[in-house]
Design a protein around this ligand. Structure first.
Ligand SMILES: [Zn+2]
Length: 254
């Protein structure tokens, strides 16, 4: 069982992180991608990957909600140079968050896209309410040969074919199992099975009650819920290739 997107470094998990990881391993989670979001959490992501090299795939990125510091890109390059098996992300575009500056977001995202392309690294993209610009960028730039991941894909069904032809993988979040998210589940029905991945986005994106096997306080999502999420997701979407997809996208060439 593999989790394509999580934030185990999140400060809300301080003090309970090792127990969470123990449960994940006991419950058969074999791989978990941990996405840093700014230079402030990259070191913890690197430390976790060093402590649990079998389980954790580290990813370093500047999230669109985070302000770029003058040194962020140099620091990012250095983490990618020094941490084994490092991926790029979470990065992207977000017009949903308050007070966004889309021009800054675009510059920051394009820098990370170019870096992932140059090194052919797995790239995890966040996109909310900015699909027009995202598509414009992806259709005009060189892209990583291995493809790229649109995490928690919430774009429209109409865009799936274009994005898939550019090399997109799409990850399905346990959050999409809430009854009111039927339109997102319908979108995943038309995504080619060889491009589907599955994620918790833990500790965020609490799935519906039926998928909560492991509880954390404060309504946080336990990453070991990936088992139940996968079982429930397989009732509506084609999850038959998720294991091979994960290996092909995240592990090939490392
Ligand atoms: Zn995330």
């Amino acid at each position: 069982m593999q989790d394509a997107h999580s934030h185990l470094q999140d400060p809300r998990l301080d003090g309970i992180r090792n127990n969470i990881i123990k449960t994940m391993v006991e419950r058969g989670v074999s791989r978990c991608v941990v996405n840093g979001t700014s230079p402030k959490d990259w070191q913890l992501v690197a430390d976790l990957a060093k402590a649990y090299p079998e389980l954790i795939i580290p990813s370093f990125g500047l999230h669109p909600w985070q302000d770029p510091s003058p040194q962020w890109f140099r620091q990012l390059t250095s983490y990618l140079d020094n941490v084994p098996h490092a991926c790029v992300g979470e990065c992207g575009l977000d017009r949903w968050v308050e007070n966004y500056d889309i021009k800054i977001q675009e510059d920051v995202f394009v820098s990370q896209l170019e870096l992932a392309t140059k090194r052919n690294l797995p790239l995890s993209i966040h996109c909310l309410k900015a699909w027009g610009l995202m598509l414009e960028i992806l259709e005009s730039k060189a892209l990583p040969e291995r493809g790229f991941l649109l995490h928690s894909y919430s774009g429209s069904a109409e865009l799936v074919t274009r994005l898939a032809s550019l090399g997109a993988y799409f990850s399905f979040s346990g959050y999409f199992l809430h009854e009111r998210k039927q339109n997102l589940r319908d979108t995943f029905k038309i995504i080619p099975p060889e491009r589907i991945l599955i994620e918790t986005d833990a500790p965020d994106m609490l799935p519906p009650e039926s998928c909560i096997e492991h509880r954390l306080k404060l309504e946080l999502n336990h990453p070991a819920n990936i088992n139940k999420i996968t079982t429930e997701a397989s009732r509506t979407i084609n999850t038959s290739r998720i294991h091979d997809n994960f290996v092909r996208f995240f592990e090939l060439g490392f």
